[in-house]
Design a protein around this ligand. Structure first.
Ligand code: NA7
Length: 865
C-alpha cells in the first residue's frame, strides 16, 4: 500500500460513521495518503448530533473542551456561543469541519453498511451496503458512536398508540409543535431531562413517566467559562496537553480530599462550589473517594437530594425525584436547565413507575397499574443499546466465519477497545474497553484516531499488511477493564454502562474507567513495546510480541505510584531501629480496619520471657466460644509488632468469625534464628492450653501469618507435629517466606520495584540467620518433612519475589498428602493484600482467607465471610 488504491470499488480504508470520530478519521487517513470511503446512514455529517434533534439537546461537556484540538487553525476559526452548545450549533460545527477539510466527497450519505466480511485469502474486507454495493478494503473502521443505536421500546403495546409518537434519538427534522397537546414523556435520562422543560413550555398537559429518578445538577448555561477561555488564550497547547493527560479529558486538578474524613464545612464548601460550577468534571470529583466508598458517595448524593427537595414544592413529587437506588455517578449524571422546577408547573405531573408500572400503551394513551391516561403524543426518551449496539448491528464477520455478534454473545471482548481477535484490520473508535462515554468524547476520539493512524503508518513503514490482537493480550485487557470497574461502585448500578438497560444484554461493565490519562499511557506503552499483544503479518513474515499490557490491580498500581512520590529511602539502607520507626510512621496513616467485638492486650509467658499479644473477638453473633487463630505479623523477622498488622487482624477476625490472637515475637538482629520460630511454637502451645480463658473452643486452633510471620507459623506447625501437639486444624500462610533460595524466577521478575525487593529480602535474612542456618527447616520450612501437616491455605501474589516459593510449598505439601488451597492474589504485590481499607482489590483475597479459616473448623455455628 505505498500509494492509494485506485481500483474501482477498492479502497485502502472504509470508515463507517460521519460524526466526530468518523470525520477526523477520514482526515487522518487522507493525510496518510490512503484512499478512503466513508458511509453514513444519515443524510449528512454529524453522527449523534444529526439524529438527536429534540428540543433542549445539548452537549454536557463545556464547549472549550468539547471540540477538536488537532488543528490550532481550526480552533481559531470557530467560536462557540455558549458554555453548552445546542444540537444545531454542534451540527453546524461538524458541517463546518467537513467543509473546511473537504471531507464530504469521500462520504456516501443515506447509505447503511449492512455487512463486512474478512477474506483471509485476499487479506481484505468486503463491505456490503444497503444499496447493494460491494466494496473491498484493507482496513475497516467503525466510527459508529457509543449511543447511536436506539433501544427498542420494551413496553407492552408500543405499536398500538393512535396519536403521534416521537423518539428523542430520531427527532423529526422539521421539529414538533406540542402547543395545546397532552404529551407523555417516558424516560428521565439525559435526553428526558433536557427535553422535558421545553415540552412543558408548549404542551397543555405534560405527564412524565419515570422508572428511575436520576441525579442532575444545574448546567448554569451561559457564555463559555471565562477561566477556560483565558487559559486557552494564554497557552492553548498546554491546556490541550493537560486535557489529554487528565482523568476524564477535561483539565482538572485532582483532589485528595476524602468525603469520609473531611469536615462538614469542607464537604459543604466543595459540594456547593461544584453545584455552582455546573460541570460534570466538578460534581464527579467533589471527593477523591466518592466513586469508591459508599459512605463518601452518600454525602454527595444526599446533598443533591436536599437540593431537589428545596426546588420541588410538592413533597411527594420531590421525594419521587430523589434517586435512592443507585450511587451518584454510577449512572450517567445529568446537567439540566430548569428540570426540577418544571414539576412546580400546574400542568406537569410526574408518574412514578415504581409505584404504578406501565401495563400497556393503549390506542389513546398509557395504562398503568392504577390509572388510564389519554395523550395526543408520546415521546420516548428511553435510551440506547449503548457501546455495542451499533457495532454488532452491522454483521461483521471475521476469520473462520465468526461474527462479532457471536463472539460477543457473553459481552464484548476487545484489546484496548480498539480491536478484537479474529477480526484482522478491523478497528473500532471509542469501542467497549476504552474510556469513551466516561470521558470527554472529543479528547478520547482524537486519541483513538491518532492511535489508529499511527498504527497504519507504522505498518506501512515496516511492511506489514495485517494487524490483530492476540487472545492473551485481549483477555488481559478485558480483565484489566473489569478490575478497574470492580474497585468502584460502578458495577452496582442497573446502568447502560453495565448493559442493564437492554433486556437480555450481558451484564458487563462496558467502558474503561482507568482514566483518559492511564488509558493513553497504556496505548502508548503498547506501541513502545513493539505493538505488544498484536500480531502483525506481511509478505516478509509475521511479528508478534505477545503479552499483557496491564496485569497489576489498578489500586495496587496507584499505591505504588503514591509511595514512589514519597521518595523514601530503601529500607535496607537503614538501621533496624530506623526501619522500625519508618514502618511505625507509615502505619499511623492507615485506615483502622473493621470494627470487631472486643480487642484486649495481654502477655504470654514463654521460656524466653514474655510475649505481648492482642486478642480480637468477633462482634457478630453467636455468643460463646469461637475457634482460635494464632496470628504472626510480617516484617522480615526484624520489623513489625502488634500495631503493624492490626487492621489485617481485625479483618481476619471479622471475616472468619474466629478469635484472633496476634502474637509479637522476638525480633532480629537482637534475637536471631531460631528465636522467632521457637517463640511462635511456644505461643501456639500457650494459646492451646488457655483456649477456654481466651474464649476459644478447645481443640479448634489454626495458625496464620504474613511474610516472615507466615514463615514462623509454618515452622510452628512442623514443630507441633514433631512434638505430637498441640493439634492444629489448619494454617494460613500469606505470601510466606518458606525458603532461603533467592534464585527463583519470581525474584527475577519481581525483585525490584514492588516494595519487598531482593536487596531488602537479603537484608532480612542477614539480620535473622547465619548462612549456615538458612537451610534448617526451622528457617526454610520448604526443606522440612511435610507429611502430616494440617490443611493449608497459601496466598501467592503475582508481583511478589516470594511468589514461587509459596507455590512450591503448596505443591510440596500436596505431594506429601496435605490438603492445600492455593489462593492466587492476581495483580497483587507482597504487601498489597494486607492493605485493609486501602487496596480494595485485596478484599476478595482476604475473603478467601476468611473462608479458608472457617473451613478448617467443623463448627456449624461458625460465621463465614
Ligand atoms: P438513558 O440515560 O438510557 O435514559 C433512558 C431513560 O428511559 C431512563 O430513565 C430509563 O429508565 C427509561 N426507560 C428505558 N426503558 C424504559 C421502559 N421500558 N419503561 C420506562 N422507562 C424506561 O438514555 P438518554 O437518551 O436519556 O441518555 C443517553 C446518553 O446520551 C446520556 O447519558 C448522555 O451521555 C448522552 P431506567 O433508568 O432504565 O430505569
Amino acid at each position: 500500500m505505498n500509494k492509494p488504491t485506485s481500483i474501482p470499488g477498492q479502497f485502502d480504508a472504509v470508515v463507517v460513521g460521519a460524526g466526530f470520530s468518523g470525520l477526523y478519521m477520514l482526515y487522518r487517513l487522507r493525510q496518510l495518503g490512503l484512499s478512503v470511503k466513508g458511509f453514513d446512514s444519515a443524510g449528512d455529517v454529524g453522527g449523534t448530533w444529526y439524529w438527536n434533534r429534540y428540543p433542549g439537546a445539548r452537549c454536557d461537556i463545556a464547549t472549550p473542551d468539547y471540540t477538536y484540538s488537532f488543528d490550532p487553525e481550526l480552533e481559531k476559526e470557530w467560536t462557540w456561543s455558549e458554555k453548552y452548545a445546542t444540537q444545531p450549533e454542534i451540527l453546524d460545527y461538524l458541517r463546518f469541519v467537513a467543509d473546511r477539510y473537504g471531507l464530504r466527497p469521500d462520504i456516501e450519505f443515506s447509505t447503511t453498511v449492512t455487512s463486512a466480511r474478512w477474506d483471509e485469502q485476499e487479506k481484505r474486507w468486503t463491505i456490503t451496503t444497503g444499496r447493494g454495493e460491494e466494496i473491498r478494503c484493507r482496513y475497516y473502521i467503525m466510527a459508529t458512536g457509543c449511543l447511536s443505536m436506539p433501544k427498542s421500546p420494551d413496553i407492552e403495546g408500543v405499536g398500538r398508540f393512535g396519536g403521534q409518537v416521537y423518539f428523542t434519538s430520531r427527532w423529526p427534522h422539521e421539529g414538533v409543535d406540542f402547543t395545546g397537546q397532552r404529551v407523555a414523556v417516558i424516560g428521565t435520562g439525559s435526553s428526558g431531562i433536557q427535553v422535558i422543560p421545553l415540552i412543558a413550555r408548549q404542551a397543555s398537559q405534560l405527564t412524565v413517566f419515570q422508572r428511575t429518578p436520576n441525579f442532575s445538577i444545574p448546567a448554569h448555561n451561559g457564555p463559555a467559562p471565562a477561566d477556560r477561555l483565558k487559559q486557552l488564550d494564554e497557552d492553548r497547547d498546554g491546556y490541550r496537553h493537560a486535557a489529554r493527560w487528565s482523568r476524564i479529558g477535561v483539565p482538572n486538578e485532582p483532589t485528595d480530599v476524602l468525603g469520609v474524613t473531611a469536615s462538614e464545612a469542607v464537604r459543604r464548601e466543595r459540594f456547593e462550589a461544584a453545584w455552582r460550577q455546573g460541570e460534570l468534571v466538578g460534581i464527579v470529583s467533589v471527593f477523591a473517594d466518592q466513586l469508591l466508598n459508599p459512605a463518601s458517595n452518600d454525602i454527595v448524593a444526599e446533598m443533591i437530594r436536599e437540593k431537589v427537595r428545596s426546588i420541588v414544592k410538592d413533597s411527594e413529587t420531590a421525594e419521587a425525584l430523589c434517586p435512592k437506588d443507585h450511587y451518584f455517578g454510577t449512572k450517567r449524571p445529568c446537567l439540566d436547565t430548569g428540570y426540577f422546577d418544571t414539576y412546580n408547573l400546574p400542568h406537569v405531573r410526574l408518574v412514578d413507575l415504581r409505584k404504578q408500572p406501565i401495563v400497556s400503551i393503549t390506542e389513546d394513551g398509557i395504562e398503568t397499574a392504577d390509572e388510564s391516561f389519554g395523550f395526543d403524543a408520546i415521546v420516548y426518551a428511553t435510551g440506547f443499546d449503548a457501546m455495542t449496539g451499533a457495532l454488532v448491528a452491522a454483521d461483521v464477520t471475521g476469520r473462520d466465519g465468526l461474527s462479532l455478534k457471536e463472539k460477543w454473545a457473553a459481552g464484548p471482548s476487545t484489546y484496548l477497545g480498539l480491536m478484537t481477535a479474529g477480526f484482522p484490520n478491523f478497528f473500532m473508535l471509542t469501542g467497549p474497553g476504552s474510556p469513551s462515554v466516561l470521558s470527554n468524547m472529543a479528547v478520547s476520539i482524537e486519541q483513538h484516531v491518532d492511535w489508529v493512524a499511527g498504527c497504519l503508518k507504522d505498518m506501512r513503514e515496516e511492511g506489514f499488511e495485517t494487524i490483530e490482537p492476540t487472545e492473551l493480550a485481549e483477555s488481559g485487557w478485558n480483565q484489566h477493564v473489569q478490575d478497574c470497574a470492580a474497585i468502584t461502585l460502578m458495577p452496582t448500578a442497573n446502568s447502560w454502562y453495565m448493559g442493564a438497560n437492554v433486556p437480555g444484554k450481558p451484564r458487563v461493565f462496558l467502558p474503561y474507567i482507568g482514566g483518559v490519562d492511564g488509558y493513553r499511557q497504556a496505548c502508548d506503552d503498547v506501541v513502545g513495546q513493539g505493538y505488544l499483544g498484536f500480531r502483525l503479518t506481511g509478505p516478509d513474515g509475521a511479528r508478534c510480541r505477545d503479552g499483557v499490557i496491564r496485569s497489576m490491580q489498578p489500586d495496587v498500581a496507584m499505591v505504588l505510584e503514591l509511595i514512589a512520590t514519597l521518595g523514601l529511602p530503601p529500607m535496607e539502607t537503614l538501621s533496624a531501629a530506623d526501619a522500625r520507626a519508618l514502618m511505625a510512621a507509615t502505619a499511623e496513616t492507615r485506615p483502622p480496619g473493621p470494627e470487631v467485638g472486643e480487642v484486649t492486650d495481654g502477655v504470654i509467658p514463654v521460656p524466653a520471657g514474655e510475649l505481648p499479644y492482642r486478642l480480637y473477638r468477633p462482634a457478630a453473633p453467636p455468643e460463646g466460644p469461637r475457634p482460635l487463630v494464632v496470628y504472626f505479623h510480617g516484617g522480615g523477622w526484624v520489623l513489625g509488632n502488634l500495631d503493624s498488622d492490626d487492621p489485617l487482624c481485625r479483618d481476619l477476625c471479622a471475616r472468619s468469625g474466629s478469635v484472633v490472637v496476634s502474637v509479637n515475637y522476638r525480633h532480629a538482629p537482637e534475637a536471631r534464628f531460631p528465636a522467632a520460630a521457637l517463640d511462635a511454637f511456644a505461643a501456639v502451645q500457650w494459646v492451646d492450653a488457655n483456649a477456654i480463658e481466651l474464649g476459644g473452643i478447645p481443640g479448634q486452633l489454626a495458625v496464620a501469618g504474613w511474610s516472615a510471620g507466615a514463615n514462623i507459623a509454618a515452622v510452628a506447625c512442623q514443630l507441633a507435629r514433631d512434638a505430637g501437639g498441640p493439634h492444629i486444624s489448619g494454617q494460613v500462610l500469606i505470601c510466606p517466606v518458606v525458603d532461603s533460595d533467592m534464585t527463583r524466577l519470581s525474584y527475577d521478575e519481581n525483585g525490584d520495584g514492588y516494595i519487598l525487593t531482593t536487596p531488602l529480602m537479603r537484608w532480612f535474612w542477614d539480620h535473622y540467620a547465619d548462612p549456615a542456618d538458612r537451610g534448617d527447616p526451622r528457617a526454610a520450612p520448604l526443606r522440612g518433612d511435610l507429611r502430616g501437616l494440617p490443611a493449608t491455605c497459601i496466598v501467592a501474589a503475582d508481583f511478589d519475589p516470594l511468589r514461587d516459593e509459596g507455590v512450591a510449598y503448596a505443591r510440596a505439601l500436596e505431594g506429601a498428602g496435605v490438603p492445600v488451597r492455593l489462593a492466587r492474589a492476581r495483580g497483587h504485590t507482597h504487601t498489597s493484600v494486607t492493605m485493609v481499607g486501602v487496596v480494595i482489590s485485596g478484599a476478595p483475597v482476604r475473603a478467601e482467607i476468611g473462608q479458608a479459616l472457617s473451613d478448617f473448623f467443623p463448627a456449624p455455628n461458625h460465621k463465614s465471610s
